[in-house]
Design a binder for this molecule. Structure first.
Ligand code: FPP
Length: 255
């Protein structure tokens, strides 16, 4: 995979038809609970179907030639959900790793986990580490799983790491640059997301990739996550292809 670690802002690639393709797409997979409630089912059934939608998205991303996808699978705030739902989500993550890991590895997918590791249950930590270790040298699609993730927490941890370097005399305050901070984030070395997709009609970032989203394009759709499929993904990619990204500059058309 051709991810350039030195540049967080990169021009997008193109697909075989020459259309602009995002290199990195991030997903806020929202609406599982509503999907289930609308069908008179327990919320957990929405999460189960959500995992099916995720499998479709991973396969499709690989097929169309996207380099990186990031999924918001469990936020640091999600622990406040009812215990039974949290426990179901942990079980789903366990099943996802146990059932899908070998298939993902065969498909050359590289898994990376972002989010706070401190205070995680040892069983979950072991599982996450196993997924990363097995796929570390793969060179295909990079699947970034945001688990126990909160962007403010990620930025704070990075700021603390830099402050420690200054305190240790390894860094001068003026060495605290954008690149230095990016390098301390959990996403260090990854390109910033070109496109962030949120389903279910909600239009907010919910503490997801706050630093990395500085120049991301946003795509919101009304579909609930379990209904998000290849066609919906293609529609988002088409919409991205039609966007003009200026990174704070002016349109080429105005010259
Ligand atoms: C948001 O929907 C979704 C989540 C908090 C969990 C996302 C999890 C999956 C899609 C399952 C697969 C992923 C892994 C790796 C385990 P919501 O529950 O907030 O829906 P609502 O807003 O309708 O209540």
């Amino acid at each position: 995979m051709s991810v350039n670690p030195d540049h967080n802002l990169q021009t997008s690639a193109t697909d075989s038809s020459g259309a602009k393709l995002p290199r990195h797409v991030a997903f806020i997979m929202d609406g599982n609970g509503r999907w289930a409630t609308a069908r008179g089912l327990p919320r957990t059934e929405g999460h189960r179907q959500g995992l099916e939608a995720l499998r479709k998205v991973i396969r499709h991303a690989g097929k169309v030639g996207i380099d990186v996808i990031t999924i918001y699978s469990f936020s640091s705030e999600n622990w406040s959900r009812p215990e039974a739902e949290v426990s179901f989500l942990m079980g789903l993550l366990r099943r996802f790793v146990q059932r899908d890991l070998s298939e993902l590895h065969e498909a050359n997918v590289k898994i990376r986990i972002i989010g706070g590791r401190r205070d995680l249950e040892p069983g979950i930590l072991k599982l996450l580490k196993e997924a990363e270790d097995l796929t570390r040298n793969n060179s295909g699609l990079e699947l970034v799983v945001a688990f126990n993730y909160g962007a403010r927490d990620e930025i704070l941890r990075a700021a603390q790491a830099l402050a420690q370097k200054v305190a240790d005399g390894v860094f001068n305050p003026e060495d605290v640059t954008e690149d230095a901070l990016s390098g301390e984030l959990d996403t260090s070395g990854l390109p910033d997301p070109d496109l962030i997709i949120r389903t279910s009609g909600e239009m907010r970032l919910s503490n997801f990739l706050l630093w990395q989203a500085a120049y991301s394009e946003f795509y919101f759709c009304d579909l609930l996550w379990p209904d998000f499929d290849e066609a919906a993904f293609d529609q988002a990619l088409d919409c991205f292809g039609a966007r003009e990204r200026r990174y704070g500059g002016v349109s080429a058309k105005t010259f």
